[in-house]
Design a protein around this ligand. Sequence first.
Ligand code: SIN
Length: 510
Amino acid sequence: MRSGDYDAVIVGAGIAGLTTALQLTPLRVAVLCKGTLGQFAASDWAQGGVAAAIGTDDSPRLHARDTLLAGAGISDDTIVDILTRDAPAAIETLLGLGASFDRDSDGELVLGREAAHGRRRIVKAGGDATGHEIVKTLISAIHHAAHIDVIENTAADDLMLHDGRVVGIYAHIQPSAQPLLLFARATILATGGIGRLYRATTNPPQACGDGLAMAARADAVLADCEFVQFHPTALAIGADPMPLVTEAIRGEGATLVNDLGERFMPEIHADAELAPRDVVARAIFDQLRRGRSVGLDATQAVGAQFPVRFPTVFASCMSAGIDPRVQRIPIAPAAHYHMGGIAVDAWGKSSLPGLWACGECSATGVHGANRLASNSLLEALVYGTRVATDIHATQTSPMLHPSISRTYDRPCGDDDETQAVRDLRHLMYANVGLVRTGSDLRDALDRIATLTEEHPYAKTELRNLLVVARLIANAASERCESRGSHYRSDFPLPDAALAHRSFRRLTSVV
Ligand code: SIN
């Protein structure tokens, strides 16, 4: 069996994982990626940008206020302060690494507007290709970093535990399935989100909640699992995953119109198309449930400028035969971001000694019940750095090599997993999606339990998806109120007594 010793092992190579890896110099670091470096990272697909209060009319305090409002009363104020205060420095660090952000004719950074932001504060690259620019910048720095080993085409299976401490990971190399044991003083999960759990998603198929599931099996404390954000505008052309149609287009004035030509958002919210994401997503979902279709009309607001302003969206539309300069863009809501995850403190430390988490798989408390647009890349940058800082400060534990008493037994899989994944994704969208009820959630939990029993040896994807599905459905069934992205039609209002985050361990989930 192949094995290796590192100061730190990082699972995941999106913006959070790569930032941590770079900042851990001179420690010896391994970065595991499921594909090649940069491949499959949701960060690479991010269009919107990085929110940072750098405009002359802006301040971290105003950014914090918008973040707290979007979070619907349960964001952690201290963490929100850290994030918004550290945002300008995160942009400076990227500029220092050579990131090329959009600038105006005076050479100033262009600041975009997105929903629920009171100011223009979104730093962008290539119009709508910000994630790609940042990932490209970080990868280029990684190539020059002698302290980092990138281990490609390798999937992590489980955390390695010794006396309650995380001492590394069990993994396997793909496609050979050769086992790999990595021992580490510090293990960092930066595995991204859970979008694959839903039949409609903007996430890459590799976003299976791997880190969350691994931490759950190791009995780490998890937080806010019920809060899944649906992006209002994913391109509805039958593709899986669905290409994102960035919110920045609504920020420039594009409107949502149903197939009767009716603009429905102004009567639902004072901010109309720029209302919080959950409000817009549910309004569109409601139109779809009533048999209407919905389009985003950017013909007036963006028009002929579309190919220059939003080249990624333009290319997706044109490849489906839609010209957004003159036609409405067909859209539908899709699972986009998980606010819940591995509970971590202000430095990204989990409840398990030896384990840190950052990026989407973590729950810092910043996003509350609903993430503010363009705060996710920001959180990955800020927390990637904070995790590294904390590891530098606490790097005292000896390298432990627990004797592997059992043959490392990687899940081997069974025949009909493809169908099970398909069934699970439909179930989650229907019963644990934008609009939930107690009885739908109970049915979902029963079906998830049956699927788990039917697939005791499921391979990585189904094995992890089933754990995460159970956590989300359980948390959603326990929160008997509506708050942010979690909407219960049987409890349609917020309950002041429930205005707090939720914490659980897998072992306490029935
Ligand atoms: C978008 O571009 O609409 C997505 C931005 C985000 O999810 O923060």
